[in-house]
Design a protein around this ligand. Sequence first.
Ligand SMILES: Nc1ncnc2c1ncn2[C@@H]1O[C@H](COP(=O)(O)OP(=O)(O)OP(=O)(O)O)[C@@H](O)[C@H]1O
Length: 743
Amino acid sequence: MEDKVEGYVEHIIFRNEENGYTVLNLNFEGNDLTCVGTFQYVSEGEYLEATGEHTSHAVYGEQFKVESYEVKVPQDARAMERYLGSGAIKGVGAALAARIVRRFKEDTLNIIREEPERLAEIKGISDRKAHEIAGQIAEKAQMQDAIIYMSQYGISLALALKIYNQYSDKVYSVLRDNPYKIAEDIPGVGFKTADEIASRIGIRVDSQFRIRSGLFYVLTQASVNGHIYLPKDVLFRRASEVLQVPVQAMDQQLMDMAIERKVILKEEKDGQEEPCTIVYASQFYYLELDTARMLHDLNITCQDDHIQIEHRIKSIESRENIELDELQRQAVARAACSGLLILTGGPGTGKTTTINTMIQYFESEGMDILLAAPTGRAAKRMTETTGYAASTIHRLLELSGSVEESSANVTFERNQDNPLETDVIIIDEMSMVDINLMHALLLAIVPGTRLILVGDVNQLPSVGPGSVLRDMIRSNAFKMVELTRIFRQAAKSDIVVNAHKINAGESVTLDNKSRDFFFLKRFDVNVILKVIVVLIQQKLPKYVEADAMDIQVLAPMRKGALGVENLNLVLQRYLNSPSQEKKEKETVRGVFREGDKVMQIKNNYQMEWEVRGANNFAAEQGLGVFNGDLGVIREINSYAETLTVEYDEHRFVEYTFKQLDELELAYATTIHKAQGSEYPAVIIPLLGGPRMLMTRNLLYTAVTRARKCVMLVGSDVTFQAMIDNHKIENRYTTLAERITEYK
Ligand SMILES: Nc1ncnc2c1ncn2[C@@H]1O[C@H](COP(=O)(O)OP(=O)(O)OP(=O)(O)O)[C@@H](O)[C@H]1O
């Protein structure tokens, strides 16, 4: 039976800001009642009239299930006092609320609204404060109305608050005229969300705003897949699928967007006979253009005495007791007299040895050198192999403000106004650097500084848009040394030798006579899973003298029986099975358990870590956990709602349960995620997969992640098919063209 109750919101016990589900205490004339329901907007101290049903809950006892409710303007003096003094109005506490109401009685709210200056009659309230209080009350009412208005179009409370904060009272006209604007203005809101809202509001499918927003959405989506632009016909075709609107309706809108400089249109040959129109989101066009210009400005050749350079290199060789090969020597000499140099080569071709000699060279010249790499793990490896401190590029540029990385709106303290003060900058793992990061890096480098870019162009391209290293090489505009010889030391390793074979498209002998490269032919998913467990639990740790946790499974895909998600479930079950002693935390994406291997999946420069000494004292503290960092869950505390992970070098990081979306199980990871990292042993399950994905450079990247042992498990047919699939991911980029225009 339906009932009505009314009273003040005494206390909000629980609230889900996403869907508005709320449990609160309602107080009416001294009696407390627990109410449960969906409240779009509610705050403590408000007076509610609710319709619903009295129920009895087994654990929580008497409750009122709210069907609908109305927020009432407080009518009597007591209600007003409670409302004002609830803490909802900044600067007004219970005592001040009591004084205000004592003076104005039932007229309090009317007076605040109509003649706010009269509040100043009360001791302790200045004219300014009086207006502030009135402003807050008006604002609250306005916000409440706006949220209720938005809720009729299915807009969640959390989103409604964001929208309101962006537009305040203009929210009505924005939603009525062009709801697609929210996709442009509010971070985290995409075309799809805006489109759903628009359809509920009744915006026409062929509205010009919808078409424009859809075109822009398709361009943005393309950049998520690495592209800088799209050919116009590809853009129209994809937009037509998304919007379900014929291509003919799009030309006019695209022209308008070009006039507004939201997009840039260019005629480009794009590898074809006839030039075709290509479309950039403006931001990307200028990213490439500026990057090309800055690269051009850095690319100066200094006049140096070649004989002296050779002499200096020789003395380093004799001091270090090495003999560089001709190309390595050329690389060092070129680095000495060029503003910009690219050094490439596969595994074991002597890149690190060359970098080390360059460092020695510049040091002997008294120059300052900075080393950096795109990921935390790559930077750590660079530090280990060179013996000099290397940082991430983000850290080098002193990322500020935002927790998020790799998006265009990240800001850096180091930029054109505050450039890096150094003579030489060496960047490793250049293949992973996307156009945003390259642009940011170049902004912080003044011409005259030497920039040395080191990488292996056959690795997978950057996750973010662009293919900077490949395009720079393709432009032929910069000095480059490509190391090709595999050194004797490295040639003993079949990992290195086979990686080069894979890269050259040659067959690899799979007779398991190797000491570090094995192929276990298995064709049944369950058998493969079992083999992987045995390898990690029993065989590999001893073989490579490492902990089971350091053996990394690398899979091509996330989905499927041999995808990362399923592998992690299986491996968690076997390698860290549930037990009384291990606490667990359930999340939407599965269970985390003490002892689990996990990975941080985004850069978080604000996250605190500490190295714990005796008695758990913090012996050292610092900031920053990076995308790809691997650790082990040491403690789950369900009272404090925290989960503690131990990362390399005994760094402990405490996550609140709310931050757990930054973590993922990491017994297995994708090959893409492993880029820039190395592990003592890797296991690569291979059993079919989409041709688009199963490429030569994916296999090459996976194999080159292993230091001591590669263990492939699965089908040799898939393995060979990957070697044969030399389809380099075709990215729509024009950095090479822009560079050439500067030549
Ligand atoms: N000029 C040289 N003479 C003799 N040995 C060399 C020379 N240059 C490098 N090496 C040896 O070859 C092996 C590979 O070299 P290095 O580690 O520099 O290559 P790399 O390209 O950085 O390899 P990776 O990418 O696999 O780390 C090492 O054992 C190194 O000592």
